[in-house]
Design a protein around this ligand. Structure first.
Ligand code: ASP
Length: 340
């Protein structure tokens, strides 16, 4: 565990970094509340609604984060699940992870034709002695647990985006960087006008003060076949320590894996940082590792601590997240970011 004295020496970051700027994004007060659920991107609004149903009735945060992101997995023309962007060979391959208040965790990677990877990840956690299943083995396990094999056909939006990409077939995977005109590189605009951002990550604290997290994604659009990002890697795309806090990430997974991002964010909270400070410090590490190349990538973390305080930070402008902590509070908020 990092101690406060040591975290000040962390990378090239000093305490002054955390005292300037708006750490919470657009003046948001980051209330310490429970129960509370927080999720990445605008798809988080719908996902939070179902998570909130669990939390408001006194349910467990683990059920909330599973049911919350299942909402997004079901929105076939949305950002994750079977309606998402395919790999460069035209197949949708899915990654997901889940972690509970006891430090139990499960994940799946490179899973095809299964509608709810998050529920398969939960079954890996609860019904096997393992943490992670991949590819054909993950699919076989899902089928053995009663999941149906869905058609491998791309959704209309995904087919259109793939056909467009095939015209040049350039292998330049970029994730979630929106420019100031609101257009984006890899994320696609859906026929319903929403943006596709490839990942939903969700963290929740329930009425008993227990923390859980989930993450589900199709990964990077038009990725190499077999590529797996941060989302199913426990400690990279998701981490929960029920005594301290939880973190989940979105963006260029390779950069998150290289710093064990979400574990780092939780350790920084353990060392005394607020959720927003911890996210900002982890983002600073990614930026300093990448130098000038940082302007071409996007990564964002969200974090929630044991008091129900939350915070986020992104490399670039454009990341937003949804927070819900009452029947009439489910808001989309622009995240703080570093690269101006
Ligand atoms: N983090 C995901 C990945 O690298 C992608 C995303 O968040 O959009 O697979």
């Amino acid at each position: 565990m990092l101690h406060r004295r040591n975290f000040l020496k962390f990378g090239s970051i000093g305490a002054g970094t955390f005292l300037s700027g708006n750490l919470f994004g657009k003046g948001y007060p980051a209330p310490g509340k429970k129960p509370l659920v927080i999720a990445t991107w605008d798809a988080g609004i719908n996902a939070n609604k179902n998570a909130w149903k669990v939390l408001r009735s006194g349910g467990r945060s683990l059920d909330a984060v599973e049911q919350g992101v299942m909402t997004t997995e079901s929105e076939i023309s949305c950002c994750v699940g079977l309606g998402a962007n395919p790999d460069r060979d035209g197949h949708v391959t899915l990654d997901a992870s889940i972690m509970d208040e006891h430090g139990n965790c499960g994940s799946v990677a490179f899973l095809e034709r299964i509608k709810h990877p998050i529920s398969v990840a939960r079954m890996v956690m609860e019904k096997t002695p393992h943490v992670m299943l991949v590819g054909e083995g993950a699919q076989q396990f899902a089928l053995s647990q009663g999941f149906e094999l869905e058609s491998g056909k791309l959704s209309g939006d995904a087919q259109q985006a793939y056909d467009e990409w095939l015209k040049k077939s350039e292998y330049k995977p970029k994730v979630n960087i929106e420019n100031t005109n609101g257009t984006a590189f890899a994320p696609r605009k859906l026929s319903n006008g929403a943006w596709n951002h490839d990942t939903i990550g969700m963290l929740a604290i329930d009425a008993n003060g227990n923390l859980s997290g989930s993450c589900t994604t199709s990964g990077m659009a038009f990725k190499m076949r077999g590529r797996v990002g941060d989302s199913p890697i426990i400690g990279s795309g998701l981490y929960v320590d029920n005594e301290i806090g939880a973190a989940v990430s979105t963006g260029l997974g390779e950069e998150v894996i290289k710093i064990c991002g979400c574990h780092l964010v939780v350790q920084l909270m353990a060392a005394g940082m607020s959720p927003a400070e911890a996210c900002k410090a982890a983002i600073a590490k990614i930026i300093s590792r990448n130098g000038a190349k940082a302007k071409d990538l996007q990564v964002a973390f969200i974090a929630l601590n044991k008091k129900g305080e939350f915070g986020t930070h992104a490399v670039q402008k454009g990341f937003n997240y949804a927070v819900c902590y009452s029947d009439d509070k489910n808001e989309l908020i622009d995240s703080a970011y570093t690269m101006k």
